[in-house]
Design a protein around this ligand. Structure first.
Ligand SMILES: C[S@@+](CC[C@H](N)C(=O)[O-])C[C@H]1O[C@@H](n2cnc3c(N)ncnc32)[C@H](O)[C@@H]1O
Length: 207
């Protein structure tokens, strides 16, 4: 793994993903969580300050050790116990039906096989429990999409595998989940090329 990916990228993310606007979105996405939560792409723990009291534990899945190390202060300040317990959202080391919620914030853009990650989320969720997500992805506007497609290879290098142009709702559905709620919008002040924001909740498709 390059020095940039292992050391610098988590520090950059820790800053860039902690704006007031990101915090508002995080608070909204975390508000309905309760019980035992699995967070894929835990990053530097930026969601921890937004966990409601109803959350009893978090199993954090994150491949970048420095990201987890940078979360130390937030973990210590959090009343919710966090167990760092996995490296890859595509293959979760948890039993079937053991989570009350799975959380993914700006992570499906970066996982090499995001459909596999959604399938894994579906597998570990208890019946009726939901995947709560906020992601950026393919813009609804055709002209913006063309630029996203052109710039995607550059973004992948700069942002360590992050794609600009993933079709988030299709990925969630291809992973066997039914989207119960979705809002699609652009974050204020962020270049449209970063993509639309997809904020929502999905439950397992029956069968
Ligand atoms: C843009 S960052 C977002 C971090 C965090 N979710 C947040 O909201 O601040 C994307 C995260 O996905 C993580 N990631 C990349 N590949 C992954 C994988 N296979 N499984 C789980 N997480 C992964 C990265 O290490 C990074 O922490």
């Amino acid at each position: 793994m390059s020095l940039y990916r292992a050391q610098l990228f988590p520090r950059i993310m820790n800053r860039l993903m902690d704006t007031e606007q990101h915090r508002q979105v995080r608070a909204r996405v975390c508000a309905p969580l309760s019980g035992e939560v699995v967070e894929i792409g835990f990053g530097t723990g930026l969601n921890l300050p937004h966990m409601p009291r109803s959350v009893t534990s978090i199993r954090a899945v994150e491949p970048l050790g420095v990201g987890v190390a940078l979360s130390g202060g937030r973990r210590r300040a959090s009343p919710v116990p966090v167990e760092v317990s996995g490296l890859d959202g595509q293959s979760l080391p948890f039993g079937e039906g053991t989570a009350d919620a799975v959380l993914s914030t700006w992570t499906l853009c970066s996982i090499p096989d995001p459909v596999a990650a959604v399938r894994e989320a579906r597998r570990v969720l208890r019946p009726g429990a939901a995947l709560h997500f906020v992601e950026h992805g393919r813009a609804p506007d055709e002209r913006v999409r063309r630029w996203q497609d052109r710039l995607d290879p550059v973004q992948q290098r700069l942002a360590c595998g992050c794609h600009l142009n993933r079709d988030i709702p299709s990925i969630v559905e291809a992973g066997g989940m039914h989207i119960e709620h979705l809002s699609t919008y652009f974050l204020q002040g962020e270049p449209k090329l970063v993509g639309a924001t997809y904020e929502g909740r999905a439950v397992a498709e029956p069968g």
